[in-house]
Design a binder for this molecule. Structure first.
Ligand code: IVH
Length: 662
């Protein structure tokens, strides 16, 4: 444990160990670094989680590289790093890339950026090289293969040579055209891009999850990876995934491709593909440094998530001439913006109990300003993570907030450990109900179904919009209903009395009446929402819809699934009669559209009706929440705005195809 902590400190540049000389120590260090990198790789590629920043990760790799080069014999004596940087999960059918999917070299400082320019300027004997600076989207890399203009496959990067087939999930992402626009698509083209979740959708999904007592995704990237890796296309569509395209792998014939990166982006856009919106041109070193700084200032406007910029030589001829380095092209570099981080005191660890009983540790911090807001709490992930980092109460910890992700404790400054720092022992009993907990490998869980913390979360979930929707039944009221003992399980909601509620509610008769009406109305909520609201393990919205379709009534469900027999009987006894309406779950569910210009085949009203009938929403103005802008003839400023924000624009034909779910 100690050794791992030492690596963490080393990686954060807080301590510098001289190269060990003793061969045994060298082998140990190499083995530890490899193990740590393998662990981080696994988390990153399979769960989309980053427990250390990219810069720290790269420093670990750099340190490993240095040791391997300096001590090749020692390096050969310890197990190699298997599956390094590989996102294949071993359970999915793999496909070969026709041209390898490379990664990018990274730069973290202005000096490294200038060095990138100097190398190229020297190579070409040209000081005023032309660059284009693009946002670097943080999600997962994808290769979209179009055969004769039709989407044939979507493949993850994998090990660069072959990746996992994620075609089904990608087809469910609105905005990925099934067919390229324009009559003269190449016979075959690999379009390279990134699948990501905009910050607004990340916030929405996490808010829904928290209401439902589920653990939030740690970052937009984790959400994108987690969603693509699951099989339900309905769920994929509801999570706000988007694709942005920025490059081309194989292209047959390649005569169709234009001569610069900027034109390539325009060409991809003309094919109907979503592309990077804002870019910053630059000529020569001074402009390049300036453009990167400007991109850094503007990036919060882009709707993200971005973790930096990619700087590319604009001329594709020069790109080819620059060629490839070991695993990355020499004509591009990723410049990573430093995530904001700060040191502060760990005052305590609070345990939160989720709807399903999972005990999550939350760091209570001495307030610290990070990314423009004051942070007093940060995630500590889980029990294993606290132990792994050897965190103690009273320690000075490093807190990081990259973009809009939840602040996280990423390390500890051991040099500042005070003498009285206390080891945190994970409770053996639920802090809410004192029941014994089940201690798993990483997760600790309270198994008491009547635990008040779980009950509160269950009620919040049940009453949420995604379930039976009882506006007015918020956390504060739920706390009191549980504290008074009037509600000991979900069905109790249906025997609340007006006079009791009046004693709890300071807002007067009207709001109590509204609440009672909402509760009454919820008795007829759609069956799948009811089932979702029960909060059964592993039954999310998609599974609930499937169960509703299969069973058709609560009673039939109870007969088939003993987990909910008593619960259902209590609901039915209290007059609950869910409706078996078909949920609005069309191809456009969860998508927001803005219309501009005149459509030929249908009026504005008809278009709006069709969008709504297919489950989508129509908004009047373009914002970060807009998923698509449908542009007819003579489009207005909305189109310009959409382009600025990098929002997918559909012409009438593409829009009609999308309505048909093609
Ligand atoms: S160009 C030869 N442009 O970052 C590699 N990549 O760290 C060409 N990424 O694999 C990649 N935004 O998944 C490029 N505007 C952008 C990007 C971008 C995000 C991802 C991509 C790439 C990774 C490299």
């Amino acid at each position: 444990m100690k050794k791992t902590a030492a690596i963490v400190v080393l990686a954060m540049g807080l301590g510098r160990l001289a190269f060990p000389q003793d061969p045994v120590a060298v082998r140990d260090t190499i083995a530890e670094l490899r193990q740590e990198i393998a662990r981080l790789d696994l988390l990153y590629h399979q769960a989309g989680e980053s427990t250390v920043s990219d810069a720290e990760y790269d420093r670990l790799r750099q340190r490993l590289g240095e040791l391997e080069r300096t001590y090749p014999a020692e390096a050969a004596a310890v197990p190699a790093l298997a599956g390094f940087g590989d996102d294949r999960n071993g359970q999915t059918r793999t496909r070969r890339h026709r041209e390898p999917m490379l990664s990018l070299d990274k730069a973290y400082t202005e000096a490294e950026l200038r060095a990138f320019h100097s190398r190229l300027a020297k190579r070409f004997g040209l000081e005023d090289l032309e660059y284009v600076v693009e946002p670097k989207y943080d999600g997962l890399a994808v290769s979209l293969v179009y055969a004769k203009g039709r989407l044939a496959q979507a493949i993850t990067r994998g090990n660069g040579a072959e990746g996992d087939d994620i075609t089904a999930a990608v087809r469910a992402i609105p905005g990925v055209p099934r067919k390229l626009r324009g009559g003269d698509a190449p016979n075959l083209i690999e379009v390279r891009g990134e699948i990501f979740v905009p910050l607004a959708d990340f916030g929405r999904v996490n808010a829904e999850r928290e209401r439902a007592g589920e653990s939030p995704f740690a970052s937009p990237r984790a959400l994108a990876v987690g969603t693509v890796r699951q099989s339900d296309p309905g769920e994929v569509a509801s999570r706000g995934l988007q694709v942005v395209c920025f490059g081309v792998g194989a292209c047959e014939p390649d005569t169709k491709l234009p001569g610069t990166q900027t034109e390539l982006t325009g060409w991809l856009r003309a094919c109907g593909l979503p592309v990077v919106g804002t870019t910053w041109p630059a000529r020569g070193e001074i402009e390049l440094v300036r453009a990167v700084a400007e991109a850094g200032r503007e990036r919060s406007r882009l709707g993200g998530p971005t973790d930096g910029v990619v700087i590319k030589v604009n001329s594709r001829a020069l790109q080819s001439a620059a060629g490839l380095g070991v695993s990355a092209p020499r004509w591009a570099v990723a410049y990573k913006f430093a995530p904001e981080r700060s040191e502060t005191r760990l005052l305590g660890v609070r345990i939160q109990v989720g709807r399903t009983g999972v005990l999550s540790p939350v760091a209570e911090l001495s307030p610290v300003v990070l990314g423009g807001s004051t942070v007093t709490r940060a995630t500590l992930h889980n029990r294993a993570e606290i132990a792994r980092r050897d965190l103690r109460i009273g320690d000075t910890v490093i807190v990081e907030k990259a973009g809009d992700v939840i602040p996280a404790v990423v390390g500890v400054n051991l040099a500042l450990r005070p003498p009285g720092a206390r080891v945190f022992t994970f409770p053996r009993k639920c802090p809410e109900c004192r029941a014994e907990v089940e201690v798993g490998e990483t997760v600790v869980r309270c198994l008491n179904w009547t635990c008040p913390a779980q009950l509160r979360r269950r009620l919040e979930h049940f009453a949420s919009k995604a379930c039976v929707d009882i506006p007015g039944l918020g956390p504060a009221l739920i706390d009191r209903l549980v504290a008074t003992g009037w509600v000991t399980d979900l069905p109790d909601l249906y025997r609340l009395r007006r006079e009791d509620l009046l004693t709890l509610n300071r807002n007067g008769d009207k709001s109590v009446d509204r609440l009672l009406e909402a509760i009454e109305r919820s008795k007829k909520a759609e069956l799948w929402r009811f089932i979702h609201g029960l909060g059964l393990p592993k039954v999310g919205a998609a599974a609930a819809k499937e169960l509703a379709r299969r069973h058709g009534s609560l009673e039939a469900l109870a007969a088939a699934d003993p987990r909910c027999g008593d619960l259902v009987a209590a609901f039915v006894a209290r007059g609950v009669q869910p409706a078996l309406a078909t949920p609005i779950d069309g191809p456009l569910a969860g998508r927001t559209f803005v219309l501009t210009g005149t459509l030929v085949g249908l009026t504005r009203e008809q278009a709006e009706e069709k969008i709504e009938a297919a489950g989508g929403r129509v908004a009047g103005a373009v914002s970060g929440k807009t998923h698509f802008v449908v542009a007819g003839a003579e489009p207005g400023a909305k189109l310009t705005r959409a382009r600025e924000l990098g929002i997918a624009v559909l012409d009438e034909a593409a829009f009609l195809r999308m309505l048909e779910g093609r």
